[in-house]
Design a protein around this ligand. Structure first.
Ligand code: PMP
Length: 353
């Protein structure tokens, strides 16, 4: 064995344990598949692909379709293999050795993780006990660290909280570098920072096909930002990073916006039902604008609740051992039937202990 880079020795990687259960509510996927008509259209186009040729390096048609969806120009769109690769490309381009990245914890772990992997210094700001972010704390971090890249996630993962638009405006006013708003879950929330994007501002917004579009298996994400930002990423990313199949899958998905909207409405309604039901139990529930809910049982330790749910064949995300999240669990909203199984199991566990 030869040693890895000194600064990576302590790195543990990102883990989301999978256990064989009947009801899997732990990775924030869509509980419903994409429409059958999408599958058929995909199969038809796949059979016509010239597989001996490299893909369209510019992903022209996919970018045009994404741009049309958001009413921007294709020059403002950069797509990659999941929003994780989008985040990595952003950090390779604007962070790296000698540069600083700021996050506000708890938030999506990959922001800090990728920042460290590319060799940046990470400065972690703190949230309030209710997981909201105080403007003073934001200013303190920005003033003291002068980050080259600063992240906000809205709705935030794992808390589900939506960042107020005023907070994003304030951050833009004071940030000396790039402001990245990770909107992996934005379609489930009531506002988006997309409207704030402008050539003259260092603001970019990342999105994914993994959640609302029911395409976690495809691995496709993108970022909308100023054209100068997109050009910079294109110079850094590997040639032909986005394969032909993925470009087609994403482009075809955007023909089914109405179906996507219907899935989002169902999940939002279920989220409200699940949250209300949990509030009637001895449980603290964080208000969510996403397709998951963070909760903290008050009558039984979180880890015991997680195990008791697994014993009843329900898997949720165990955040109870994560920093700042003692006793917390995160449940992804499933189908109405899956949610019923989860709620019945949870009720039994927190009431009988
Ligand atoms: N951002 C956030 C906030 C997420 O929760 C996730 C998925 N866990 C991602 C980005 C990555 O999504 P993907 O790589 O599947 O597009």
């Amino acid at each position: 064995m030869i040693p890895v880079r000194d600064d990576l020795r302590a790195l543990e990687g990102y883990h989301s344990p999978q256990i064989d259960v009947k009801v899997r509510l732990n990775t924030n996927e869509s509980p419903l598949p994409p429409p059958a008509a999408w599958r058929d259209a995909l199969a038809a186009e796949m059979s016509r692909v010239e597989w001996h040729r490299y893909p369209d390096r510019q992903a022209t048609e996919l970018r045009e379709a994404i741009a049309a969806l958001h009413d921007v120009t294709p020059e403002m769109v950069f797509a990659a293999n999941g929003s994780n690769e989008v985040l990595q490309t952003i950090l390779l381009t604007y962070a790296g050795p000698g540069r600083t990245v700021a996050t506000f914890e708890p938030t999506y772990q990959m922001h800090a993780q990728i920042a460290r992997v590319v060799g940046s210094r990470v400065v972690e700001g703190e949230r309030n006990a209710d997981f909201t972010l105080a403007a003073e704390e934001m200013r303190r971090v920005v003033d003291s660290a002068a980050p080259h890249v600063v992240f906000l996630t809205s709705p935030n993962n794992p808390t589900g909280l939506v960042e107020p638009a005023e907070l994003v405006e304030r951050l833009l006013a004071i940030a000396p570098g790039l402001v990245v708003i990770d909107e992996a879950y934005a379609q489930f929330a009531d506002w988006s920072a997309l409207d704030m994007i402008d050539e003259s501002r260092p603001l970019v917004v990342t999105r994914t096909f993994s959640k609302t579009w029911s395409m976690a298996g495809v691995r496709l994400g993108y970022v909308i930002g100023p054209a100068w930002f997109v050009r910079a990423l294109e110079a850094v990313v590997l040639p032909y990073h986005l394969d032909t199949a993925k470009q087609i899958a994403g482009r075809l998905a955007l023909r089914f916006v109405d179906e996507m909207d219907a899935r989002v409405r169902l999940i939002v309604a279920e989220r409200e039902r699940v949250s209300a039901a949990m509030r009637a139990m001895p449980i603290d529930v964080t208000p969510s604008g996403a397709n998951f809910v963070l909760f903290r049982p008050t009558s039984v330790p979180g880890r015991d609740v997680w195990q008791a749910l697994v014993d009843r064949s329900v898997l949720v995300r165990d955040c109870s051992g994560w920093p700042r999240l003692a006793d917390c669990l995160r449940v992804t909203i499933g189908t109405p039937e899956e949610n019923d199984v989860f709620l019945a199991a949870l009720d039994e566990i927190v009431a009988t202990s």
